[in-house]
Design a protein around this ligand. Sequence first.
Ligand SMILES: [Zn+2]
Ligand SMILES: [Zn+2]
Length: 163
Amino acid sequence: MSMNILTVAVLSTASFAFAQRVVADDEPACWNRANILFEAQELEETAHHFGEILLTIPEYAHLEAGAEELTEEASHFQEAVAGGSSCHHLQADFYEIYRAGSALYYDVLDTHNRYHNPHIVQDWNDMVAAYDRVRLEVDRTREHVESILEERKTLGLDKLILR
Ligand SMILES: [Zn+2]
Ligand SMILES: [Zn+2]
């Protein structure tokens, strides 16, 4: 798949309405807080690890700022879950993880295409898998929403796996 097709597929379909969607706090959502928290911690850990590994490989070290931003978003999300933030807040925070992850992906891909470091590939894909598990938990809180099928496609980072 070419870079252009990926860019169009991911960026043009990313709905900014997602972050602004108002979900009433009395909606029967966010019921699986324990799962969301567990997966959020996994994501924060994999993002943190990815940032640390980047620093040990000179060709990738310039990506650290983007990885740091992603880690901060994942950390904030995890704290918001632990602190009992509203569903609306969590969904908006989750969108910020998606935004930071998508931006980082294009920088990582550019470097990846030149160096193909296997440790980077493994750690990035582990992180994407963790992201995807959080996404499924966040989506599950809103499965009664008719438009969720469309959003599942647009917010999936599964298309961002490095090969
Ligand atoms: Zn927040
Ligand atoms: Zn590693």
